[in-house]
Design a protein around this ligand. Structure first.
Ligand SMILES: [Fe+2]
Ligand SMILES: [Fe+2]
Length: 330
């Protein structure tokens, strides 16, 4: 199908998307960043902050680096809303449109907005990081922008979103696990809660893509192949702290070492999507889509062979300094 037809199919899903809006929580039922940090309007704020900082004192530097990377990624939310609103057929026509798609995208953005806020506030209160260099990184990241390589095609963009939600769900959940192990139940609760949001968002994007697979299986399979051939780039890959040109690569190595987001996770996400959308079982595909289906079914095994080499390189890494933690090496 042509791009124009794909746009029409996505537009026609609007009522279906509206039915899924329950996957977003109402504002009344939503948590807010204030729920997780000491209340600054209370008399005992100083004591509470002291306790808060004591709990955070045991977080290892490498976990802090990965946490800052996650926070910076969340804080670049304007780039993700912009990206969504470049998708034909789903974009918010005037910024306050009442289509199902527009309501979804604004509701999703409003939920996501709390993630960066909360992690930012947590890190500020702990006193464990150089906040200014973290803030400089956020400003650079938003200025540098982000191209998820979806070409404004709604199929590609929704696949990208499903992938990213799953990836962030993994990484927040793993940080929650690591920090609980380090004795900080505050951060464990924070990252666990954020992971819960990402899980709901992932669910929604998987349902949206599932609908496309149902209506236009050939188009969906071709879009999935295209996105996987391009590789799903991480949204924060243009991060820069003003000094280190390799910041993203070095952050990724630390994340990989800690098992927070690994090559194996990437492959596992692909595996799960192939299963979720029953890609191998699709029939009556165009010949081009049938070839894409075959490629996709072979891809996890191909990637597994390739990652063995990459994993060896990560483990052999030398300690790296991060401005975020005052130049300390991890
Ligand atoms: Fe998020
Ligand atoms: Fe998300």
């Amino acid at each position: 199908m042509s791009l124009a037809e794909r746009i029409e199919i996505t537009k026609a899903m609007d009522g279906f998307v509206r039915e899924q809006l329950g996957l977003l929580k109402t504002v009344e039922a939503s948590w807010q960043p204030s729920d997780f940090v000491p209340n600054s309007s209370q008399e005992d704020w100083f004591e509470r902050v002291k306790e808060f900082r004591q709990k955070a004192a045991g977080i290892p530097d490498d976990v802090l680096v990965v946490l800052v990377g996650s926070m910076v990624t969340e804080e670049a939310l304007p780039s993700y809303q912009t990206s969504f609103n470049r998708l034909e057929g789903v974009k918010d026509a005037n910024g306050a449109s009442d289509t199902g798609w527009a309501q979804w995208s604004r509701g999703w953005t409003a939920e996501e907005n709390r993630h960066g806020d909360l992690l930012n506030r947590y890190l500020y209160l702990t006193g464990r990081v150089d906040m200014r260099s973290v803030e400089v990184t956020i400003q650079h990241l938003i200025r540098n922008g982000f191209d998820p390589k979806h070409d404004s095609d709604p199929y590609n963009g929704l696949i990208y979103a499903a992938f990213q939600e799953r990836a962030t769900r993994y990484s927040h959940a793993k940080i929650a696990h690591l920090t609980r192990g380090a004795g900080d139940s505050n951060l464990g609760g924070i990252c666990g809660t954020i992971a819960g949001d990402e899980a709901r968002h992932e669910e929604a994007y998987k349902i949206f893509v599932g609908k496309i697979v149902e209506v236009d299986p050939s188009g969906a399979v071709l879009a999935l192949r295209l996105m996987m051939e391009r590789m799903i780039v991480m949204p924060a890959h243009t991060m820069y702290d003003g000094q280190n040109k390799n910041l993203f690569a070095e952050f990724s190595i630390v994340a990989q070492r800690l098992g927070v987001y690994t090559f194996q996770d990437y492959i596992q996400i692909l595996d799960q999507f192939l299963e979720q959308w029953k890609i191998a079982a699709l029939t009556q595909l165009s010949s081009e889509a049938a070839a894409a289906q075959e490629y996709l079914c072979r891809l996890p095994a191909m990637l597994r062979r390739r990652t063995a080499f990459m994993e060896g390189r990560v483990k052999a890494g030398i300690p790296m300094g991060f401005l975020w933690i005052n130049g300390r090496k991890v």
